[in-house]
Design a protein around this ligand. Sequence first.
Ligand code: T1G
Length: 697
Amino acid sequence: MSEVVTYNRDGSIGVITVNYPPVNALSHAVRSGLLAALEQGEQDADAKVLLVVCEGRTFIAGADIREFGKPMQEPGLPSVINRIEDASKPVVAAIHGTALGGGLEVALGCHYRVALASAKVGLPEVKLGLLPGAGGTQRLPRLAGAQKALEMITTGDFVAAGEALALGILDAVEDGSDIRAVGLAFAQQIADAGKPVRKVRELTDKIDADKGSDVFERFRAGLQQKARGLFAPFKCLDAVEAAFNLPFFDGLKRERELFMECMASPQRAGLIHAFFAEREASKVKGLAKDTPVRDVRSVGIIGAGTMGGGIAMNFANVGIPVILLEVKQDALDKGLAIIRRNYENSAKKGKLTQAQVEERMALITPSLAYEDFSQVDLVIEAVFENMAIKKEIFARLDEVCKPGAILASNTSTLDIDEIASATTRPQDVVGMHFFSPANVMKLLENVRGSQTSDEVKATVMAVAKKIRKVGVLVGNCYGFVGNRMLHQRGAEAMALVNEGATPQQVDKVLTDLGYPMGQFAMSDLAGIDVGYRIREERRKAGENVPASWMDKLAEQGRLGQKTQAGVYKYEEGSRKPIPDPEVEQLIAAFRQEQGITPREITDQEILERCMYVMINEGAKILEEGIADRSLDIDVVWIFGYGFPAYRGGPMFWADQIGLDSILDTVKRFHDTLGGEQWKPAALLEQLVREGRKFGDL
Ligand code: T1G
């Protein structure tokens, strides 16, 4: 008998129990264990009904993703599920936690399904660049119909038990938490009622109802917009459509062909890397698992502007009270009004009830007095980027906050150690860099100072999980990981336009790569004045910051979307960037002023200069230990800067391209363009010499 799947009988119910932590994934051992247990149940004359149930926190959460890319071992999942469906006695699946991917497919191969009310079901394979490859695309439509099956399979979104019952995916939903008891009771009802084997594959009414409908065309048109650049969603649609045009086993065969196409797609590798990188990033290298974590039950936030307000919402969303401090009442009122408007917009979209809106607003207490922070566990400063002002604030916090309170700055570029030097407790000072809009963007770039204690590091990583962010811990340098690399990309994009490219040409190369937005459209969203103010601050500090045509835009009041004109122009109420001949003239005049003769620039050069400069900078960041692993950089860029997850992140993408060809190009640009940014990173040269990848580090 396998270690991970056991068989025993309880009365007249044969119980097949899967116990393979953490999520009962369908590894080879689980698949063969299921088959063996099923055979045992079939042979057990006293077992009238068989029950599949799982130990631990969840039902089967899918195929074992760690086995992908390795040679497939028999039995394959489709044959295990077909065997379950062909059992001579009814098989019931009892679902708790999440029945996902191959896990839901196992349940769909069973003849009846019962779940706890707290359970969720889903086929999220598309999020891994795959499609349900064990009958999900053929069996789910037979229960839920075309529309819902397409929604679930092309988005990968989970469905709650209640809705799954209404859709016919589940036969019963019970309250409580003891899935074994619920499963046994339901299986007993099936036995007592003498209910027959009921094969989902033989159900046709939902297929007949949607056969020949235009739902597939409508869905395909919708995917053109929503799934731009993606491979798997279209294969998912083709597979579900096959369920309506082919007999079951031919549909199953077509599903397998499409599944293998997805397996072979580079997007699968990128998305699976992103899946595990997101989870690995939360495990900080060198931080012991049992490092104490401080309780964070109350939070103070300084600054009720765009960032401060968004940050406050994250804590109120998970029930943590927030004190929101401003210097003036009107700034406070304005900040609270924006927060309420954001919540009410969510209520209008049905994402929140009005009661929840009021509940969350009640958790945010306005304040004009630092003394109100005397008992909070964590303070996050979110005022504009000025070192002197930040040091003043931290000195004040040092006076009023209780011992053990964590003092964090939401700075996006400034030196955490210098901020900490304004206090007597630098070990309690840390960076917590949120991304705008802070209540939406998933990334939280936590920044350790040279004296930040392990306890504080562990606590801010736990806080990230608590407020449903993807936390990454990085070291302290100008711009940390994300903005430091973005700065290099931005400088190259500017240089390319100076030399002859147009802003829209550069942006198209980046959006074709999969970014939701190009460099210049992003500047217009962030505000041309933001970059202008930083450049002016640096010039005032005596730094030699070269002239830029962007300065002229700012000086002309073209500040971006907020003034309906920046690098692009925007129609009233639209965020669609429209190239503006006035800007092209302004750039042409700037080139003349600078004595630059424009030249033809290819899209390939734009791609290499914008992306390889980032990768070279990423290698320097790894060299300096600012990032511990290349996956940390990938997670920062996927969850903070819109790098397409299906390419796995910039460092994973570089490994896919081949570091030797990237190094050759970096060297070529170093020779032709010069500049510190093109000086090959020693780590890049070392990896190429050793024939290794960033992923091997
Ligand atoms: N395979 C292997 N490991 C998995 C796994 C899986 N399917 N799912 C989770 N883990 C690991 C994860 O790496 C982590 O490990 C630990 O479990 C806890 O996960 C044929 C082809 C289930 C909702 O896409 O969405 O079936 O870091 O931190 O937040 O059609 O994990 O502790 O070492 O995420 O509570 C389809 C993926 C597979 C589901 C739990 N299934 N998993 O979330 O914990 S493809 C999925 C999740 C497939 C078939 C096809 C979530 C979760 P570690 P966690 P969580």
